[in-house]
Design a protein around this ligand. Structure first.
Ligand code: ADP
Ligand code: ZN
Length: 762
């Protein structure tokens, strides 16, 4: 029998192995140890071919079958296969999402060794001559059927004890060696304290944070809340959809603070009541504790958490509990869409528009879209929740593919924040060109601090200054590896220049490296500078900063959020991290220092992102008793995404943005695939991308192919990048064309990135 095995090696297709006679037949989803080059690795059986193996086929045998049944449930294997196909990735790329944590290479302890025994020529002779008997004979018989050898642990399991094995070795009938096996991702390992594995989700780009996976102490059950009439109506429709018991997708479009979580809870309880299970996805690790706590109140310890911020041991234990069927609700980030949960009847994707659902490494899947596919497989109701739905989801709702359910008001009739737009051109004219906080924002923060209320101040740009330029030659301080300027972090003696893409770090020179001129100036500003400005504008206020730099240390994000919630911080300055989902009842002012940060980007989603960010951040104000206010500073007060976000008018934004997408042929009007080719020189990158363009266009010229063009981020980590964009209405056709074009250029395999349904084309 042959099996197709996915191995955890980037970009590898399924590999074929034979299952030697005498081995247990592995099920789809079982783990097997297979030889790969000179190593042994643990893979997962994806397909089985029960036809007899023809002698001419030269395939290597599986070394060990680790499970008698499936380890990963077959429906999850099928979901992984779909994901790999759709996103043009290797099935092996999905293994980190399918399985509890595994070491991803490089660490000394990332391997274990197996003691292997194999029969020697002398042993074969002894066997033929019946020179041995008893257990030793049995051992030789078993080993003679396993030319590559067998682990002594497997022999032991078959009754050949260590004593018999060492006796055989002493007599020269078998040889013993140690094989190195990549650490079994699934072995029940007890990690040492602090043992962390880089997860696929946050990678190096984001810090991981503590979360409490232990069951919460039993809380007294909260008295059931009276739902608002709108919540009642929305829940009624969702219950009706759920009771159909088959695949449906509903878009729950509810303004910030409209009480979506309460609806998820009641819907989950109803689905549970019918004997089916519930999967809840949130975009950020930081949002899991609050969501999980809400569900633990209702479901006790039959709630599991899955995300890459858990320790290996925690994640593994939770995963096993889910797989055993002990769990009714899973709360997790995007890879939790692959949780081994049976009988899924409801999948909730909260904040479905959030870019964190997209994985920025292979497989470049969007957790929301995989969730919909899982819902279809399982015959489940999928609820996409958002105050600012993605253009794609809203389009699907408007065209009748999804049910649209609206919550247009906040609970308890709390008003949405009143938004004031400050035209920064007027501010510069009145106060000078270096103003960072407008008079309105400065006064607003001071007033909140004086009243003991809280403020959030958003700037979606890290660092102290964003560029350094020379007064004499106008040269800038750029990254030697990437086509961006270095960002200044810290002030005074602690000042360093750093690249936000490759982490190149340098001392800030005192003279221009190009012309030696002595007049270097800093320009632009980021969150560090805003933090300093707020502190000096409000002496005595407790000001803190929340961005990727501030939370490098594990646990610091949870700590900062807790301090802010407890009122130990008055003003929190930060990047989009502060805009997401959090519920801070004492925040009455949100300031947006520059609404324009994302607008200048050469990305077709720039307006959509700006609209979402502004609406979400304004939604953080006024969630408690006191009404909220938002102050938005901008140089483009008439831009539609800013205007409509200030009015919180999503439908108008959608219509306006759809016109643009239609005119320019972008999603959701067409499907889009972005392909980036990297090379050591600019010319080579352009040539290679051009060749792919020609091959994709083919003779019939059916697809719209744009490029080759230098990618907006033209140089990254020392490599040049050229890009081509393919647009069309038939995604399958695009993918097939592209894959056959790339198949003709195997030399590009390691230098090309294919992004199906990209969120960003930079
Ligand atoms: P959303 O996710 O829609 O922004 P949340 O689910 O966070 O909103 O709810 C906002 C706040 O309102 C939360 O503090 C929640 O506990 C509270 N809430 C939800 N439903 C009700 C209700 N029916 N009555 C009173 N408070 C509610
Ligand atoms: Zn760089």
């Amino acid at each position: 029998m042959l099996v197709q095995v996915a191995v955890p090696v980037p970009g590898l297709d399924l590999l074929t192995y034979s299952v030697p006679a005498g081995f247990e037949t592995p099920a789809v989803g079982a783990r097997v140890v297979v030889p790969l080059g000179s190593r042994l690795v643990t893979g997962i059986v994806i397909e089985r071919d029960t036809r007899p193996v023809s002698r001419s086929v030269d395939v290597k045998p599986v070394r060990h079958v680790l499970d008698s049944g499936s380890f990963v449930p077959p429906d999850v294997v099928a979901l992984a296969q779909w994901t790999a196909d759709y996103y043009a990735a290797g099935v092996g790329d999905t293994i980190p999402a399918l399985l509890p944590p595994m070491a991803r290479g490089g660490r000394a302890d990332a391997h274990k060794t197996l003691r292997m025994a194999s029969i020697t020529p002398a042993g074969l002779e002894a066997l033929a001559a019946s020179a041995v008997e008893g257990r030793q004979l049995e051992g030789l018989q078993i080993l003679s059927g396993s030319p590559a050898g067998m682990a002594t642990s497997v022999l032991a399991a078959r009754g050949i004890a260590a004593a018999a094995i060492s006796r055989l070795a002493q007599r020269g009938y078998i040889s013993l060696r140690h094989d190195r096996v990549d650490r079994d991702p699934l072995a029940v390992s007890v990690p040492s304290p602090g043992d962390r594995t880089p997860g696929s989700e946050w990678g190096q780009r984001r810090a991981r944070v503590d979360s409490d996976p232990a069951p919460a102490p039993p809380a007294p059950p909260a008295p059931p809340r009276q739902l608002t009439p709108e919540q009642e109506a929305a829940l009624g429709r969702l219950l009706a959809l759920a009771s159909a018991g088959d695949f449906r997708v509903a878009l729950l479009h509810g303004v910030t603070g409209s009480g979506k979580t309460e609806i998820y809870l009641r819907l989950a309880a109803a689905v549970r009541g019918r004997g089916r299970r519930v999967l809840i996805l949130v975009p950020e690790i930081a949002l899991t504790p609050a969501m999980a706590a809400a569900f633990r109140d209702a479901f006790g310890d039959r709630v599991a958490i899955q995300h890459s911020g858990l320790s290996d041991g925690e994640r593994h234990d939770q995963w096993q509990r889910i797989r055993r069927g002990d769990i009714e609700v899973v709360v997790g980030t995007r890879s939790a869409v692959f949780a081994p949960l049976g009988q899924v009847g409801l999948i909730v994707v909260d904040e479905e528009h959030d870019g964190s659902y997209k994985q920025e490494e292979s497989p470049r899947y969007n957790g929301r879209d995989v969730a919909i596919v899982r819902g279809r497989q399982a015959g489940a109701l999928v609820v996409l929740g958002s105050a600012t739905p993605s253009m794609e989801s809203y389009h699907n709702a408007m065209t009748g593919k999804y049910e649209r359910i609206v919550l247009s008001r906040r609970v308890l009739d709390r008003p949405l924040a009143a938004v004031t737009v400050v035209d920064m051109r007027e501010e510069y004219a009145a106060e000078g060109p270096d103003v960072i906080l407008s008079r309105a924002l400065r006064d607003g923060i001071r007033a909140r601090v004086a009243r003991g209320e809280q403020a959030l101040v958003l700037l979606n740009r890290r660092g102290f200054a964003t560029a350094v330029f020379c007064r004499q030659c106008a040269g800038t301080l750029d990254c030697p590896n990437c086509s961006v300027s270095l960002v200044i972090h810290g002030d005074g003696h602690a000042r360093r220049a750093r690249c936000h893409y490759c982490n190149y770090t340098a001392r800030v020179p005192t003279a221009c490296p190009l012309c030696a001129g002595p007049y270097l100036e800093q320009a632009g500003f980021g969150t560090e500078r805003v933090e300093a400005e707020v502190a000096s504008a409000c002496p005595g206020a407790r000001v803190a900063r929340l961005d990727r730099d501030a939370i490098r240390r594990r646990g610091s994000l949870a700590t900062l959020l807790a301090q802010f919630r407890d009122g130990r911080i008055d003003v929190l300055v930060g990047t989009q991290m502060i805009a997401k989902g959090h519920d801070f009842p004492r925040v009455t002012l949100v300031g947006v220092v520059s609404a324009d940060v994302g607008l200048g980007l050469a990305d077709f989603r720039a307006s959509e992102r700006t609209f979402q960010l502004l609406t979400q951040v304004a939604g953080r104000a006024g969630r408690g008793e006191q009404p909220g206010e938002a102050i938005v500073q901008t140089l483009y007060p008439t831009h539609y995404s800013i205007q409509l976000a200030c009015r919180q008018d999503y439908p108008a934004f959608y219509e306006r943005e759809l016109q643009f997408r239609r005119a320019m042929k972008y999603p959701p009007i067409v499907s889009l695939v972005n392909t980036v080719v990297r090379s050591r020189t600019f010319a080579a990158a352009m040539d290679d991308a051009g060749d792919v363009v020609d091959k994709v266009r083919g003779v019939d010229n059916q697809l719209r192919v744009l490029g080759p063009a230098p990618a907006p981020l033209g140089k990254l980590r020392g490599e040049y990048r050229a890009q081509l964009l393919i647009k069309g209405t038939n995604r399958k056709q695009i993918r097939e064309r592209l894959q056959s074009a790339l198949a003709a250029r195997p030399d590009l395999q390691k230098r090309v990135v294919v992004d199906i349904d990209p969120l960003s084309v930079l």
